[in-house]
Design a protein around this ligand. Structure first.
Ligand code: FAD
Length: 139
């Protein structure tokens, strides 16, 4: 079964309230664990950037559910590719809060000091996620 990585970005919709993030993470960790899907979610109270990795079948399954979630909109795939190994294998869903999305990091991977995943190439988004990987506690 091929491993793939999918990276997408999206914006909160009117149906989202800030307290939803805890529920999203709880459900994501439970479901992803069952499907052996791993990854990381960044959130700055307005924008999401998420990486999912696992078997092609299961990542597609999870992404399809996410796509139909009314709590976010303007969902754009930034990268979708076959990989030979996982990079977020210790997280069923790691979480990067706004405080970790610092100006120097944003500037390193985009043209702006603000978190702007819609303006990033898939490769830059992936590299930003890797840079953030070591800054979040392993849960
Ligand atoms: P339930 O949690 O019971 O949800 C049933 C339905 O209700 C779903 O369609 C859900 O979208 C919708 N729903 C749930 N709560 C609300 C609410 N407060 N307001 C409006 N509609 C609601 N899920 C994963 O499994 N893995 C992930 O990695 C993952 N990442 C996510 C990232 C983002 C940015 C968002 C917004 C959601 C993410 N989710 C993830 C959640 C996913 O979209 C589904 O909500 C979830 O997988 C459905 O879980 P469930 O089958 O247990 O149903």
């Amino acid at each position: 079964m091929y491993l793939i990585r999918l990276v997408y970005t999206s914006s909160v919709s009117e149906q989202f309230s800030q307290g939803d993030i805890e529920n999203i993470l709880d459900v994501a960790r439970k479901n992803n664990n069952k499907l052996n899907v791993t990854g990381m979610l960044c959130f700055n109270s307005r924008l999401f950037l998420q990486c999912l990795e696992g078997s092609r079948e299961n990542v597609n399954k999870v992404y399809h559910t996410i796509l139909n979630d009314p709590r976010h909109e303007k969902i754009e795939i930034l990268e979708y590719q076959e990989i030979s190994e996982r990079e977020f294998d210790t997280w069923s869903m790691g979480y990067v809060p706004e405080s970790s999305l610092t100006k120097p990091l944003n500037l390193r991977f985009s043209g702006s000091p603000h978190f702007s995943p819609y303006e990033m190439s898939g490769d830059s988004a992936h590299r930003l996620l890797l840079a953030l990987r070591d800054t979040v506690p392993n849960i």
